[in-house]
Design a protein around this ligand. Structure first.
Ligand code: BGC
Length: 721
């Protein structure tokens, strides 16, 4: 069989300069010309309520049909970004393959971030399941549905370590921990692409957004990042690297700069690290309009300069800014841009198209397959499992589980809202397919009464009240940063009314980010973190409320006391004056330094006890064993977490760092010995000169059910002979 690189070269040799540049152009619905106003203004209208989601969707649908057919014919669009259907995708591919000179298939890309039509929990929510198999399974659901609708690549997984609750995009991440983001990303890549990306039900993963987008200053979206190289390598790069090592076919540079260089033009990142160190062979795709935004950054003079700087730094595809399509020819003609640089970018695009099997069969779907796959029973049941496992029980003073035969009162718009269950980025979903809490109570024939106000609920004969509070869908995700992450006054007021009336209140918290819920913790007897759980949200929540499912999720993000603590996270560095009794220690004079709920926290309807921690050090591993006992009265699943601390090091180290975890099932009364084999190399860090080192000497290993309650064992590491 002909070698892949030879095939690419053969095709490249046949291409005109215009056709090559066309392969680097990604056109989205925003450029389809169907709008009287520009795309950003449309989004503004959607967010400030001048347009409904239905109106927006209808316009987008129209735009998708209006992709520039002539540009496809003349080879000026290498890839397309936007929502799809099998019919539209096949027509788009037919034009590219049958009516363009060389018949190069298009590559259809879309943000399938947590499901296509069957929506699974937002990434932040799903990360709380700490379940790699589940993460892979839900990515398979997304890939099966998206590929059936003609999509070839998803802009996912997003593995930006996110330690700041103010940043709206924390909802898209797997939370604050580097290990969790890595494990989550790898599972997603595997689920989307499988071992055979050519398979018709596999899609390419575009990992995003390299790098350190989650560390934007003051949690403000699109803001800048300044950090030490050590921190970048230890805390932020590993998840992207893990995804590349797992075979991800594409990666997207982030909007932000790092230490003054915008990532869209960051050669160190996109060439030295990505290509040379990590041996990445796939395609780099700029973020939307990011090439042109190099001008706003003050890094490029004009669009031509921006195009030059981006392609030179290693950006292969320009998503929607048009800087490449409008300037690369001139840059080549005048000799500023080397032909070889252009050819390398085109080669990367073509290689991914070959690896996706698009040259073997550009269509890869059919209307019949689409109908069969979308929202299938199997897909919905996986979405339900994911939703159940992502719920985190934060507090329960003998209120839950509720009794099915006793009428429950319900208040809060979020209990009825299907749309808000979807969370950010569910751009292809149909809200009517979503189950709200009220829908689920109805379906399960559980007696309930919905009240418009807390006063009505307080006066009612319902002893038990569910109050749905938190954020709507639009309050998290891209461009949704906040300085106030507290509950609304209205929500607190209604909870006070219920409390004063002596009701047994269970708080159902819906949110895309951790919120400051100290008041709830102090005043409400039960709190269920319901996140935005997707299509089967309501079903899963009611399953947990009534004890059909024992809640098992654990937080992958710290819950701050207030926005003023942000960023607050468990793996912070040791200071010279750790918080203590003295005023002159690292703390606040108007708030505690402790968060409301720590990383790893989550309770259930049973009790787990930890005992008998032991450690053994071998040549290259630390083996940690612990006994976990289900000391309660019902079966459940516990997430066992293993941390470590290096107490004396050549650069200061985190007070604790997650190094392994496992979800285990335990029947009532059952106990299990859980063993972690931790590679010694995982205990290291970068020294001042950027050498990765593992210290000889004491390491403290810790195991527990959350980051604060742990058993400890001290060990000695000897690495050198
Ligand atoms: C976001 C990306 C997304 C892209 C395409 C951008 O605004 O930052 O995450 O993939 O749009 O929709």
């Amino acid at each position: 069989m002909e070698n892949l690189e030879d095939k690419i070269k053969e095709l490249l040799d046949k291409m005109t300069l215009e056709e090559k540049i066309g392969q680097l152009q990604q056109t989205g619905a925003s450029l389809a010309g169907a709008f009287q106003v520009d795309f950003e203004e449309l989004l503004n209208m959607l967010y400030d309520g001048r347009m409904t989601e239905a109106e927006f969707g209808a316009m987008m649908g129209g735009a998708e049909q209006d992709y520039k057919e002539d540009d496809l014919r003349s080879g000026k669009i290498g890839s397309y970004g936007g929502s799809m259907s099998a019919e539209k995708a096949m027509e788009l591919q037919r034009i590219a393959v049958e009516e363009s000179r060389l018949g190069i298939p298009n590559m259809i890309c879309c943000d399938v971030v947590h499901g296509y039509k069957t929506i699974t929990p937002t990434p932040l929510a799903e990360s709380c399941a700490w379940d790699t198999k589940l993460w892979e399974k839900t990515a398979r659901v997304a890939a099966k549905e998206a590929s059936a609708a003609g999509i070839n690549m998803t802009f996912s997984p997003m593995v930006d370590v996110s330690k700041d609750a103010r940043w709206g995009r924390i909802a898209e991440s797997a939370g604050e921990d580097v290990l969790i983001n890595s494990a989550y990303g790898v599972a997603k890549v595997q689920g989307y692409q499988t071992d055979n990306p050519k398979a018709h039900d596999a899609i390419a993963a575009c990992v995003k957004h390299i790098a350190a987008y989650g560390a934007v200053e003051s949690g403000r979206d699109y803001n800048r990042v300044d950090m030490s190289t050590q921190k970048l390598y230890e805390e932020y790069l590993p998840p992207y690297e893990a995804c590349i090592k797992a075979g991800a076919l594409a990666i997207m540079p982030s909007f932000n700069d790092i230490n003054g260089i915008p990532n869209t033009a960051n050669e160190t990142l996109l060439k030295d690290i990505l290509r040379a160190d990590w041996k990445f062979k796939g395609v780099t795709i700029s973020d939307s309009n990011a090439v042109a935004e190099l001008i706003n950054h003050g890094y490029a003079k004009d669009e031509k300069d921006a195009a030059m700087k981006a392609i030179q730094a290693g950006v292969d595809v320009d998503m929607t800014s048009n800087c490449f399509i409008e300037n690369l020819k001139e840059l080549i003609d005048e000799g500023t841009l080397q032909q070889d640089t252009l050819d390398k970018a085109v080669t990367n695009v073509l290689r991914v198209k070959f690896e996706l099997g698009l040259f073997d069969d550009p269509y890869q779907t059919s209307v019949a397959r689409e109908a069969e796959e979308i929202l299938s029973e199997e897909n919905r049941s996986i979405a339900l499992e994911a939703a159940q496992k992502s719920i985190v029980l934060l507090k329960n003073e003998n209120i839950l589980p509720l009794k099915k035969n006793k009428k429950v009162g319900v208040i809060g718009e979020l209990a009825k809202s299907r749309n808000d269950m979807l969370g950010c980025w569910a751009i292809s979903a149909d809200e009517d397919q979503c189950v709200s809490v009220v829908d689920a109570l109805e379906m399960k024939q559980i007696p309930y009464e919905y009240f418009e106000t807390a006063d009505e609920a307080a006066k009612s004969d319902c002893e038990t009240i569910l109050t749905a509070i938190g954020e709507t869908k639009k309050e998290s995700g891209e461009a949704s940063s906040k300085v106030n992450i507290s509950l609304s006054e209205k929500d607190i007021l209604s909870m006070k009314v219920l409390k004063d009336a002596g009701k047994e209140v269970t708080v159902l918290l819906f949110n895309g980010r951790p919120m400051a819920i100290q008041w709830c913790k102090e005043n409400m007897p039960a709190i269920v973190e319901c996140w935005q759980l997707g299509t089967e949200a309501g079903t899963a929540i009611v399953d947990v409320l009534y004890g059909d499912i024992n809640p098992s999720g654990k937080l992958t993000t710290t819950f701050p006391y207030s926005a003023g603590q942000c960023p607050v996270y468990y793996d912070h560095m040791a200071t010279g004056r750790p918080g203590g009794k003295s005023r002159f220690t690292s703390k606040y004079i108007d708030a505690p330094i402790k968060p409301v709920y720590p990383f790893g926290y989550g309770i259930s309807y049973t009790i787990y006890e930890y005992k008998d921690i032991s450690c053994q050090v071998t040549d290259d591993e630390v083996q940690v064993a612990v006994t976990v006992v289900n000391a309660g009265e019902c079966a459940g699943e516990e997430i066992v977490q293993c941390y470590f601390q290096d107490p004396v090091a050549k650069r200061i180290r985190p007070v604790k760092k997650l190094v392994a975890f496992e979800r285990i099932a335990l029947k009532a009364g059952e106990q299990k010995v859980v063993k972690f084999n931790v590679k010694k190399s995982l205990l290291g860090y970068y020294d001042q000169k950027m050498n990765y080192i593992v210290d000889d000497g004491e390491i403290i290993m810790m195991v527990g059910g959350n980051s604060e309650d742990v058993l400890e064992r001290s060990i000695e590491i000897v690495t050198k002979g």
